[in-house]
Design a protein around this ligand. Structure first.
Ligand code: NAD
Length: 520
């Protein structure tokens, strides 16, 4: 049973525990609506972050396997593009209901492979499901424009699919981020090659199975595995017209530059350093709970985690209370009902996060709450770091300039809202920012002056719902950030306009000489 589970070929449930799996099976590619075992000789071990037990091996797919996936997507494109929009909508309805029915199963795969708690993993699935549900409205969202531009002459515009498109996903939202692409890429008529994170592809494999069940024809959704080499193949294969990337700056800037140079459309959402400014007039209880939840939830491995606290004026006196709330959060295996946060994704990640905490100490900051060395009794071998609060941080310290991506909150003091705005805007990242205040005037000023894509006013993680787009800014997106994920921008990314001007007039044949002037 375990074998079938991890390779995603069975409808069996993932185990809802962290017990070792005997004979862990390999993860397969998904091509032409079939799970295809890889013939590669290079494999990536995927370990449960709570125990470091082997869960599965993920293939570094061979060039032949990658080519087969692209060929399948190319072959599927003409018929899928020609499929009626009502039919595509029906497939979306079906996919939405299947994702909902399989929510626990998807969440279990996430907890096992990624480490986040089971309750949080369900949120990961839900936020992806909402994109599928919104895509069901495609029949009104994909309309073009038409106007009579002159007598008997009209111009109309259509949105056409691009062809074969690709998505390259990060490890931290194994269901939500594949679901930023799967519904919108396909409902607009494209066919898709998706590369999940090699660190937790299980949820994507369940989604593949659900796509097939929902009625996607062979080749419309394909899933291939691997790391940098697979990504290079995706960038370079001329049949792939567009790439959606979400992940780190290092990989994303490379993919954006190299992909754009090949003439591809590339959208790339990157790293973050999200600040929360807390004003003395804030509702203290709400602010402290929101900050503790958003800094330490998912072990800080969210691109919208609030990792930086800017304490304005006397709010620095609230730190002991914040530390109490952080201390009350329990680290544990994600399937344990009392777990508030799970482990980090890998031993390397734990080492990196601990190194950044140590660097803060060396640079003169204060470790108010130290999560290093913490581990739950039942899972001594996991990649644990407990909630950590670093105070007296200065903007030149490494813990401030680098994205930590762990359960670590860095805290800076300022005296005024002006200083808070200047400090936050000086940071090169611009994914999200939040303010906690009761003053409408202060909030409005923050809203107007802040250079970040997603703002929360008394809201800690303001990830936009799918009728809007995910709108990162500055270094949190590659290039100009002109192509956002999901919402209206998402539809725009996956389609190109075609504009047709036509003249239908019975008395056309009156002129006797060809006109050589630009038509007016
Ligand atoms: P990552 O960049 O390591 O991996 C993302 C994808 O890129 C994976 O599929 C991986 O195989 C591939 N990849 C990695 N290195 C590569 C290389 N050198 N060349 C080509 N491809 C490569 O990112 P991650 O660690 O999985 O995810 C965490 C990062 O993602 C954080 O920086 C986080 O802020 C960011 N993130 C951003 C958003 C957003 O919307 N802004 C959302 C989620 C995560």
């Amino acid at each position: 049973q375990a074998q079938a589970q991890a390779s995603g070929v069975s409808t069996a449930d993932y185990p809802m525990n962290h017990e070792a799996i005997s004979n862990p099976p390999d993860t397969a590619n998904f091509v032409d609506n079939e799970f295809v075992p890889s013939k590669t000789s290079q494999w990536i071990d995927l370990r449960d972050p709570a125990t470091n037990n082997l869960v599965t091996r993920v293939p570094q797919s061979t060039e032949e396997e990658l080519k087969a996936a692209v060929e399948s997507a190319q072959k599927a494109f003409p018929a899928w593009r020609a499929t009626s929009i009502m039919h595509k909508q029906q497939v979306m309805f079906k996919l939405a209901s299947l994702v909902r029915e399989n929510m626990d199963r998807l969440a279990a795969s996430i907890t096992l492979e990624q480490g986040k708690t089971f309750a949080d993993a369900k949120g990961d699935v839900l936020r992806g499901l909402q994109v599928v549900e919104t895509a069901c409205g495609i029949t009104t969202q994909l309309t073009g424009e038409v106007i009579e531009v002159a007598k008997d002459m009209e111009t109309r515009s259509y949105r056409e699919p691009l062809g074969v498109v690709a998505a390259i996903c990060p490890f931290n939202f194994p269901a939500m981020i594949p679901l930023w692409s799967i519904p919108l890429a396909t409902v607009t008529g494209n066919t898709l090659i998706l590369k999940p994170s090699e660190r937790d592809p299980g949820a994507a494999m369940i989604l593949a199975e659900l796509c097939k069940k929902a009625g996607f024809p062979d080749g419309v959704v394909n899933i291939v595995h691997g790391s940098a080499k697979t990504v290079d193949f995706i960038i370079d294969d001329p049949a792939i017209k567009a790439i959606s990337f979400v992940g780190s700056n290092k990989a994303g800037e490379y993919i954006f530059t190299r992909g754009s140079a090949q003439g591809k459309r590339v959208q790339a959402n990157l790293g973050a350093k999200n600040h929360a400014a807390v004003l003395p007039d804030a509702n203290k209880n709400h602010a402290l709970n929101s900050i503790a939840g958003a800094a330490f939830g998912a072990a800080g491995q969210r691109c919208m985690a609030l990792s930086t606290l800017v304490m304005v004026g006397d709010t620095k006196d609230w730190l002991p209370e914040l530390a109490e709330r952080a201390k009350a959060l329990k680290i544990n295996g994600g399937f344990e009902p009392d777990a508030d946060l799970g482990p980090l994704i890998s031993p390397e990640s734990k080492k990196r996060v601990e190194g950044l905490i140590a660097s803060a100490e060396q640079e003169g900051a204060t470790i108010l709450l130290d999560g290093r060395g913490q581990k739950p009794e039942k899972y001594p071998n996991g990649n644990w770091v407990g909630p950590t609060i670093i105070t007296n941080v200065k903007p030149n310290m490494k813990c401030y300039t680098e994205e930590i991506f762990g359960p670590v909150l860095v805290c800076l003091n300022v005296e005024t809202i002006d200083e808070a705005i200047a400090l936050i805007n000086d940071n090169p990242y611009g994914n999200g920012a939040a303010i906690f205040t009761r003053s409408g005037a202060t909030a409005t000023r923050f809203q107007k002056e802040m250079e970040a894509g997603q703002l929360g006013i008394n809201v800690p993680i303001p990830v936009p719902l799918p009728m809007f787009s995910f709108t990162g800014n500055k270094k949190s997106v590659a290039g100009t950030g002109a192509s956002n994920f999901y919402g209206k921008d998402g539809l725009r990314f996956y389609t190109q306009w075609k504009t047709v001007t036509s003249l239908w007039r019975a008395e056309d044949a009156v002129a006797t000489k060809a006109s050589v002037n630009m038509p007016r």
